[in-house]
Every structure is written in C-alpha cells, then in structure tokens.
Design a protein around this ligand. Sequence first.
Ligand code: NAD
Length: 257
Amino acid sequence: MLKDKVAVITGGAQGIGHAIATKFAEAGANIAIIDIKDSSKIVDKVKNYGVDVIAFNADVSDEDAMKSAFDKIIEKWDKIDILVNNAGIYPLERFTDIPIALVKKVFDTNVIGTYICSQIAANIFISNSIEGIILNMASAAGITPDKYHLHYAASKAAIISLTKGMAMELINDKIRVNAIAPGAVATEGARNPGLFEKSGKIPDKFMEMQMKKFSPLAKSGMGEPMDIANMALYLVSEQAKYITGTIISVDGGRLLL
Ligand SMILES: NC(=O)c1ccc[n+]([C@@H]2O[C@H](COP(=O)([O-])OP(=O)(O)OC[C@H]3O[C@@H](n4cnc5c(N)ncnc54)[C@H](O)[C@@H]3O)[C@@H](O)[C@H]2O)c1
C-alpha cells in the first residue's frame, strides 16, 4: 500500500508513533523517526519488514534541528511523501497550579513542533511537486476538554484548527492534511503522563473521572496503539485520496459516554 513511499513519524520511539511506524513499514514505506528518546527498538523492528529506516534524536520544537533532520532525509531518499506529527506530551495538573513554563512546554511540543515540521514538509512537497500528506495527532480532549488537562486540551484544539487551516491553504498544491482524535489509548505515555507536579498528589475522584473515559468496546477499557495506526494507514493511503481537512475520532465512543 505504501511501497517506496517515505514517511516521517515524530514521536515514533514508543506508543502510538511506534505502532504507526510498524504499520507503515509493514505496508512498504521507508521510515524516518524523530524522537527525543532512543529509537533503537523501533528501528530494529522496522528493519524486519525489509524497508529502510533512519532515526534522529531531536526535539520537534527545535526549528534548526528539524531543518537539519529533514535535509538529511532528503539527502537519503530525495523526497518525503508523508509526515505524521505524532510527538506530544500530556502532563496532568490543575489549572490553578500548573507552572506557566509547563504550559509553554506543552504548546511548544504539541503545537509549535507540529507547525515547524509541517511548514518544512509543505515547502518540500511544493518545491518538488509532491502530492504529500500530513497527518496530525489531535485528541478527544481537543474536542471536549478534560479536567486537569486544560493546557493539553487547548493545545489539541489548536491542532484541530491548524489541520483545517493547513488543508485549506495547501489544497491547491494537492497536499492532504487530516488529523486523528484518539480517546484513551494504552501507551507508555498514558501510563505515566507526569502527575500533578505542584501538589504531588492525585486529587480525589481523579481515578473515577479517568474511568469515565474508558470504553466498553475495549477489554481493558482503553484502545490499543494499533487502533490508531490502522486509521493512520487508511488516511495516508490512496483509499483516502478524497479526504482532507477532517478530524477523525478513534475513541471507542468516549465523547458519547
Ligand atoms: N495515549 C492516549 O491516550 C492519547 C490520547 C489522545 C491523543 N494522544 C496523542 O497521541 C500522541 C502520542 O501519544 P502516546 O500516548 O503514544 O505518547 P507516548 O508518551 O507513549 O509517546 C510519545 C512519544 O513522543 C516523544 N516526544 C515527546 N516530546 C517530544 C519532542 N519534543 N520531540 C520529539 N519527540 C517527542 C516521546 O519521547 C515519545 O516517544 C500524542 O500527540 C498524544 O497527545 C494520545
């Protein structure tokens, strides 16, 4: 389905990004991973599918580092076809307690990182007449905010707006831009999101509130990273050639519960 395509996946060292990299490699794409964590596990896994892979230990909010990474990807393959802006953080903290520095970090990673990588990729697509694809990772929280996650919800609402805006500006260049809005998904990040930095304790009723996000459609109540990767593969494939500017929920019905 993706034979000879080149896909750049941010935050691919673990979790949803790891599943997307695996799925795309299985479909025949060459893979570039950008992550602040060590990517050796996913690099080894991807190689098993007989595709080529490159990894960068870099922060998506660092514009110079991203320009340098994309330059190296172009040097290697002469093109990119797909960008998945998946890197994201979601620390929990009360609105009244969260240090502004942490709010800025959430926006830098989730929004500015997506902005930087998309701008670089879009310019590569346009100057090489590539009908490229950008896929962003939004969140159900970007549609309906969660308690203790206001900063995160606002950053993902920005991703939803950015997705529609980019789709609009880039449509004449035949670049498709979509987003997935996952609900609760069992990942390393979801198991350890960074808890209540200031107070150091989980507020009363927090677990009860978390349970409400769990879906009867999944055994554990949470989706699996592959549930998101399956939708990602569809959205970057030819089958989705008439889809742009759309936010697709993959959340086990979470917003209805
Ligand atoms: N897991 C969920 O329940 C859930 C729900 C909705 C949306 N999402 C979104 O899906 C995406 C992936 O989440 P996940 O659960 O797999 O998280 P995760 O923490 O398991 O994985 C995220 C990856 O991003 C990397 N990363 C973080 N900051 C980075 C930066 N500045 N530069 C480069 N890489 C960076 C991490 O090192 C990590 O490998 C995020 O955008 C998240 O907001 C997750």
